[in-house]
Design a protein around this ligand. Structure first.
Ligand SMILES: *Cc1c(COP(=O)(O)O)cnc(C)c1O
Length: 411
């Protein structure tokens, strides 16, 4: 396996050392193959919002398993999850299930183009929308708006239609629309960023994008693969009160099994085959096991008080980390919304990827290692958000803060 992992974010390249190999998970904890236990703040990158291996989900999976693992034909569970997603997410009237967030984003991009008849898109620097060619554009300094590819193997011709702007920068978005009249199909973004560390939208940013896209006959797409059912039950669009035209989902809606989805306004979604001419398909899409895990996870999440609990425990952790770090004399910035948090080792406020890059990566590496040695598993990169779950207790947070206090005094 290249680098010993099945996905590069699991490697420890940016923090040093070797990745830990795990054996099993339960609640807020994760155990490695040597039997060491860790408090987990990665949560399989988001899906484990109810806690790992929740008994309700596991029991339902056992029952679903008895009925078989794949039908390759309609399964009533798809309708159940579809209805839950449509009820929850303000922008979604019609939804299509796929198998990953990457697949959801590449499909939505095709749909944006098919519906508008325009080829260009705007994405933001530091936002991740899966690894499809058109999204792998490194938005950096002078080459930002040229759409130069971020990875070998991605032809310039593929990314030449991908325009980029710094996050939270409406002026650049307006300029791109002015320079490319009637050529931009839409704007895609993480409404709260988790893929350049945790970065929140400035007041008016999401509203501004809604206005600009409307004005230019372009679509607004929220990539809520990470934020969907995490920032709020209805996602960031519910929390911030801004409704996009299309939305992508993943992670939480699969409850730990491979699922993605894209959906939105009925008139746009009616373009998708077989209702319309835009082709997109999947052998395992709507898989009964994945649908089951998703349904049970959403059932657990929609109970009253869930998001208040997630907000409270995450704020306690996030505010605690900031306080402990500052007491130890470190310059830090960070915060949390619902079950998502971030901590940057920089004195600067972080509004975009360039700000995030002012963080002291070496110091983060030392912090990560120290925490790991004390049984706290954080994402092995300064440019990832942290995740909590309903299984994280006050004691877990207190133990984490005690560990952080020791580590931050040493580094
Ligand atoms: C994780 C993620 C993706 C990609 O999802 P995969 O299931 O890993 O393919 C896309 N967009 C965002 C915002 C994500 O966080």
């Amino acid at each position: 396996m290249p680098g010993g992992v099945s996905s590069p974010v699991r490697a420890f390249k940016s923090v040093g050392g070797q990745p830990i190999v795990f054996d099993h998970v339960k609640g807020a904890y994760i155990w490695d193959v040597d039997g060491n236990q860790y408090i987990d703040y990665v949560g399989t990158w988001g899906p484990a919002i109810c806690g790992h291996a929740h008994p309700v989900v596991i029991q339902a999976l056992h029952e679903a398993l008895e009925k078989g693992t794949s039908f390759g034909a309609p399964c009533a569970l798809e309708n159940v999850l579809a209805e839950m997603v449509i009820d929850a997410v303000p922008s979604i009237d019609v939804v299509r299930f796929v198998n990953s967030g990457t697949e959801a984003c590449m499909s939505v991009l095709r749909l944006m183009r098919a519906f508008t008849g325009r080829d260009k898109i705007i994405k933001f620097e530091g936002c991740y929308h899966g690894h499809a060619d058109m999204f792998l554009v490194k938005a950096g300094s002078g080459v930002a708006t040229l759409g130069l590819p971020d990875s070998p193997g991605v032809p310039k011709s593929t990314t030449s239609n991908t325009l980029t702007a710094p996050y939270n920068d409406l002026e650049t978005v307006k300029k791109l629309f002015a320079e490319n009249p009637e050529q931009i199909s839409g704007v895609i973004l993480e409404p709260v960023v988790g893929n350049s560390g945790f970065v929140t939208p400035d007041a008016g940013f999401l509203e501004g994008l809604r206005e600009i896209t409307k004005e230019h006959g372009a679509l607004l797409v929220f990539d809520e693969v990470m934020t969907g059912f995490r920032i709020a039950y209805g996602g960031a669009q519910e929390r911030f009160g801004v409704t996009p035209d299309l939305t992508t989902l993943g992670k939480v809606i699969g409850g730990g099994l491979p699922v993605g989805a894209y959906g939105g306004r009925a008139d746009i979604m009616s373009m998708v085959a077989p209702a319309g001419p835009m082709y997109q398909a999947g052998t395992l899409s709507g898989n009964p096991l994945a649908m089951t895990a998703g349904i049970k996870t959403l059932e657990l999440l929609r109970k009253p008080g869930t998001y208040e609990q997630l907000d409270r425990i995450t704020k306690k952790l996030s505010q605690g980390l900031l306080a402990v770090a500052r007491e130890a004399g470190h310059e830090v910035t960070g915060g949390s919304i619902s079950a998502m948090f971030g901590l940057f080792f920089t004195g600067q406020e972080v509004h975009n990827y360039d700000d995030a890059k002012t963080a002291d990566l070496k110091k983060f590496g030392r912090f990560h290692r120290g925490m790991l040695e004390r049984g706290i598993y954080l994402a092995p990169s300064q440019f990832e958000a942290g995740f909590t779950s309903l299984a994280h207790t006050d004691e877990d947070v207190e133990q984490t803060l005690a560990a952080a206090k020791e580590v931050l005094a040493e580094i």
